[in-house]
Design a protein around this ligand. Structure first.
Ligand SMILES: [Zn+2]
Length: 120
């Protein structure tokens, strides 16, 4: 998703806005190296995105977080997945959290809603 979309997104449960964004992989649309990935699917231009304008920043992987209800919403392959609890899949969500465990804060990993990782 385009980073500027953040300004109009709200939590589907309580309508809280703005949501907090945690970026995992980003790229920008004004460079020739768009979507250049290595064989592991990791974006190569992550380090240079700070030099590009906000409008052109695309979030490839990340998390949207609602500070009111503590719900997190994954962004996967540029798509923010903002589903009500009953349509979410626990196993998929937990797999996603584990995949990016080192890049996400404890308030999502350990205290996120509707579920979180049970690390003891
Ligand atoms: Zn919320």
């Amino acid at each position: 998703m385009r980073k500027s979309l953040l300004e109009i997104l709200a939590c589907p449960i309580d309508k809280h806005s703005p949501l907090e964004l945690f970026e995992i992989n980003v790229h920008s649309t004004n460079k020739s190296s768009i979507d250049k990935q290595d064989e592991n699917g990791i974006t190569q231009d992550e380090l240079t995105y700070n030099h590009t304008s906000y409008e052109n920043v695309i979030i490839k992987d990340g998390v949207l977080f609602c500070s009111r209800c503590s719900r997190f919403f994954p962004i996967i392959d540029e798509i923010p997945i903002m589903l009500p609890d009953e349509l979410r899949e626990r196993e998929k969500d937990l797999q996603f959290l584990l995949e990016w465990e080192t890049k996400l804060p404890s308030k999502i990993l350990d205290h996120g809603v509707p579920w979180h990782i049970d690390r003891k």
